[in-house]
Design a protein around this ligand. Structure first.
Ligand code: FES
Length: 250
């Protein structure tokens, strides 16, 4: 495949960036998108140029490290992670625009790499349980309704890649935050911190500068793990319940 790549290059957080055009002549359609960028970087390094910085780790759709806006879509034209996107999703001769996640709460570190530690701070504010785990309990000693268990697992599949934020026109992190809240609040082990969890996580989300939801649904359509859009509704309901249980002092 022959490709023309327009890639956002930015040498650091405090410098201006811009699109730079590169050409690749021998890309296999069986390569992943990240492998295609590896080939580009090998050429840049051999030519004495600075390689394109981008985030990745597992390259198996598990860790959530990878992420970039490809032709205007978070993770590109297929609802998967960038590392699981393959070049057969593009036409021979295609021009591909590649940009970092665009959101006020995700400042660019370099090129396609952004600082997503705001998501970590939301987790730190409440995305955990304090019940001692100890050794594995007997499986039937804590009954959980099947529908709750299934929905908790579905929300627990969120890998925190940030595609929902990048896809949202408001830069909202509500799908991410709601997935983390819902998967714990549905389970018996999550009940002791249920009220504080939702309050702390929603307030941290707002503090980080993420926008609010206006029901576009772009987040759910771009989520590689297909976190249900309705989780946001559940989070809003949980938040109102928490405010009634413990009114704010403000
Ligand atoms: S590199 Fe881990 S999900 Fe893509």
């Amino acid at each position: 495949m022959k490709l023309t790549l327009n890639i956002w290059r930015q040498s650091g957080p405090d410098t201006d960036g811009g699109m730079v055009t590169y050409h690749l002549d021998d890309v296999s359609q069986d390569m992943s998108f990240l492998e295609m960028l590896d080939v580009l970087n090998e050429g840049l390094i051999l030519g004495g140029d600075e390689p394109v910085a981008f985030d990745h780790d597992c390259r198996e759709g598990i860790c959530g490290s990878c992420g970039m806006v490809i032709n205007g879509d978070a993770h590109g034209p297929v609802q998967t992670t960038t590392c699981q996107l393959h070049m057969r999703s593009f036409e021979d001769g295609a021009t591909i625009d590649i940009e970092p996640w665009r959101a006020e709460a995700f400042p660019v570190i370099k090129d396609l790499s952004v600082d997503r530690s705001a998501l970590d701070r939301i987790i730190q504010s409440g995305g955990f349980i304090t019940a001692p785990t100890g050794s594995a309990p007997e499986a039937h000693s804590t009954p959980v309704p099947k529908a709750d268990a299934d929905m908790a697992f579905e929300n627990a599949t969120c890998i925190g890649c940030g595609a929902c934020v990048a896809a949202c026109p408001n830069g909202a992190a509500m799908l991410f935050t709601s997935a983390k809240i819902r998967h714990l609040n549905l389970l018996p082990q999550g009940q002791p911190e249920r009220t504080d969890r939702v309050r702390n996580m929603v307030e941290q989300m707002d503090h980080e500068g993420f926008g609010g939801c206006t029901n576009t649904g772009a987040c759910a359509r771009s989520c590689p793990k297909e976190i249900p859009f309705e989780s946001i509704t559940t989070m809003n309901r949980e938040y109102l319940r928490a405010l009634r249980a413990k009114p704010t002092s403000v």
